[in-house]
Design a protein around this ligand. Structure first.
Ligand code: G6P
Length: 610
């Protein structure tokens, strides 16, 4: 959460910082700020509430000329959305700090610093860091030593960058629980919370590990590990294919990403099915040796990724004969769980940085799992680096906060896991061929599902004045109903709940009336007749339904039921195919409601605080 960019160069850096912030805006977008060190050794800072564009406009009016600087885009945790709470925070006009994460002992430190005479100007936890560094500078002449002494006093999570007016051309950074990457240039160096911010200025990156600190000047970078010893971290060259600036001809990133799904799924499959089997290295070198002994899978994830895990449970148990639990990471990490023999811990994450999921992965290493696998979209992320095995979803950068192509490619990765585990557990050749055939047909099926766009756009106005909605599905479509409800609430702000249709009569039927649309996901599967009975239960109580149905399911539309025919697809891939119309529905409803589709209120894409 929150985005950080820092730079030290021979050229003016405010444009670089602003471009970096723009690219990081998906991490938080309630306020933004930057501070540069001017030629006369003064810190000049500008902060604004609202989007990065507000800050850009402010810099347009008051150009900032420094060659060293730090910048931040915020997602509020401690303290409301105000200019005073926006970063950078500055102590005594000299020590400027940006920070991602949460300082848990901030109240105690605040008290101590107040006693030392420091005045606080914000309600943030971050402000303690700048005063602490300022205080430590009285005992340690060197900025690096002062920052080191300060961070030793912090409990919680931080990725932080410090700039000192008395030490021009230098940035000191520290990472513990919040990612930081250093970008290496020629005669200039950079730091950011995500390499995406730095792609316009460099392709060479160095990832800091937990507990690392770094001393960054124009001409060099020195990294120190958590014991304080000097260490060399590997330099990675990024292919940097993605230009986050572009929505192409689409009105929003979300719409572009919805339409990218056929090609994203093609990428996720490419080269990974060889002779009708999952290729040995789809999950990384030597993965089959780990997977062959697995008897139980524990999936841990958050948000949309959690829904992907819930679909996988149906697949894993039915097809691969492996028992499976799925749990929200923030719950899993704080309870005492039982680890089954020969268990695989699977994390699913678009970003690979979600704090709770990452904590669950780290915890699993102490719990006796046979191994860990992450299904992830960011190859350089902490989860990929810290897991034994990884399946890269190759969806390409996802910018819209509401996840779309990341989800469908995660499902492809999970189906590959089913195949890989099934292969070593006696899944019949016919069944394997069936799965492979269904996966190969998937991109074309997704293209067909996208053709429903106009029809769905036309019915979106019917949702515009509604406050509540209910999504129903059964079997592996139940998590798809949950994902549909999540999409609608995230971007249209309409309250949306999902229920397993068989559970209707245990409560939600009491809510049914003509004011609450009921969305039903109805492929032609073995539960279709059961689902039809549930539909009748809704109809009998005056409910208004929108049924996304296989055309062979023979639903008859009438005044109380709109039927949207989805072209027939194999039952195995139906959860992936039916995701598309629900994504389109939430998108077009959000358009009618006039919300900020790509950056819905109060949310952020990468949740790096717990
Ligand atoms: C946030 C995003 C969601 C995402 C969830 C988990 O809530 O807004 O779109 O599903 O985090 O993120 P991850 O990167 O771990 O998949």
């Amino acid at each position: 959460m929150c985005g950080i960019v820092g730079a030290t160069s021979e050229r003016r850096i405010s444009e670089i910082l602003l471009e970096g912030l723009k690219r990081l805006e998906y991490r938080g977008y309630d306020s933004a700020g930057l501070a540069v060190l001017s030629e006369n050794g003064q810190i000049e800072s500008l902060r604004r509430t609202g989007k990065v564009q507000e800050l850009k406009d402010a810099v347009g009016e008051h150009p900032l000329g420094g060659t060293t600087g730090i910048a931040h885009t915020r997602w509020a945790t401690h303290g409301g959305v105000t200019e005073a709470n926006a970063h950078p925070h500055i102590s005594n006009d000299c020590i400027a700090v940006v920070h991602n994460g949460i300082i848990e002992n901030h109240s105690k430190l605040r008290e101590k610093l107040r006693e030392l005479g420091y005045e606080f100007r914000s309600d943030t936890d971050t402000e303690v860091i700048c005063h602490l560094v300022h205080h430590e500078k009285q005992q340690h002449a060197d900025l690096f030593d002062a920052v080191q002494a300060a961070v030793k006093q912090l409990d919680g999570a931080y990725g932080t960058v410090v700039m000192d007016c008395q030490d021009p051309g230098r940035l000191v950074v520290a990472r513990s629980g919040s990612p930081l990457v250093i970008g290496l240039g020629i005669g200039e160096n950079f730091v950011a919370s995500d390499q995406l911010a730095l792609l316009p200025v460099t392709r060479k990156f160095m990832y800091l590990e937990e507990g690392d600190m770094a001393d960054i000047t124009r001409t060099g970078v020195k990294v120190y590990d958590k014991s304080g010893s000097r260490i060399e971290r590997a330099i990675h060259e990024s292919d940097g294919q993605y230009d986050a600036g572009g929505k192409g001809n689409y009105r929003h990133f979300m719409l572009k990403e919805i339409h990218e799904q056929p090609s994203a799924v093609r990428n996720a499959l490419e080269g990974r099915l060889v002779d009708g089997k999952v290729s040995g290295n789809a999950f990384g070198e030597g993965s089959m040796d780990v997977l062959k002994d697995i008897e139980h899978v524990q999936i841990v994830a958050c948000g949309t990724s959690y829904h992907a895990g819930m679909v996988a449970r149906y697949w894993l148990e039915a097809l691969a004969g492996v028992s499976c639990n799925v749990e929200i990471a923030s719950e899993f990490r704080y309870r005492q769980s039982h680890v089954h023999p020969n268990s695989l811990l699977v994390t699913i994450s678009q970003s690979g940085e979600t704090a709770d999921t990452l904590a669950a992965l780290r915890l699993s290493k102490e719990l006796g799992y046979k191994g860990s696998l992450t299904i992830c979209n960011v190859s350089t992320s902490s989860m990929v680096r810290e897991s034994d095995l990884a399946y890269m979803t190759r969806a390409g950068t996802e910018i819209g906060v509401a996840s779309t192509k990341a989800f469908t490619t995660q499902l492809v990765g999970l189906m590959m896991l089913v195949l890989a585990l099934g292969q070593s557990r006696g899944l019949s050749g016919d069944k394997q061929q069936h799965i492979v055939g269904a996966l190969k047909a998937l991109p074309a099926k997704l293209e067909e599902a996208l053709l429903l766009s106009d029809e769905i756009e036309a019915l979106a106005p019917e949702f515009a004045d509604k406050f509540h909605s209910l999504f129903l599905g059964r079997g592996s479509q139940y998590p798809i109903a949950m994902e549909g409800a999540l999409k609608l609430k995230e971007i249209s702000y309409i309250h949306a709940e999902a229920y397993a249709a068989g559970e209707l009569k245990h409560g939600p039927l009491a809510l049914i009336d003509a004011e609450m649309p009921v969305i039903v996901v109805a492929p032609n599967d073995e539960l279709l007749e059961k689902l039809k009975s549930n539909v009748e239960e809704v109809r009998a109580r005056g409910g208004i339904m929108y049924v996304f149905a296989d055309k062979d399911a023979h639903f008859q539309g009438d005044a109380s039921m709109r039927v949207i025919n989805v072209s027939h697809c194999d039952e195995l891939i139906a959860p992936i195919v039916y995701t598309i119309p629900l994504q389109l529905l939430s998108y077009f409803v959000a358009i009618i409601k006039g919300t900020d589709v790509d950056q819905p209120r109060n949310l952020a894409k990468s949740v790096t605080v717990e």
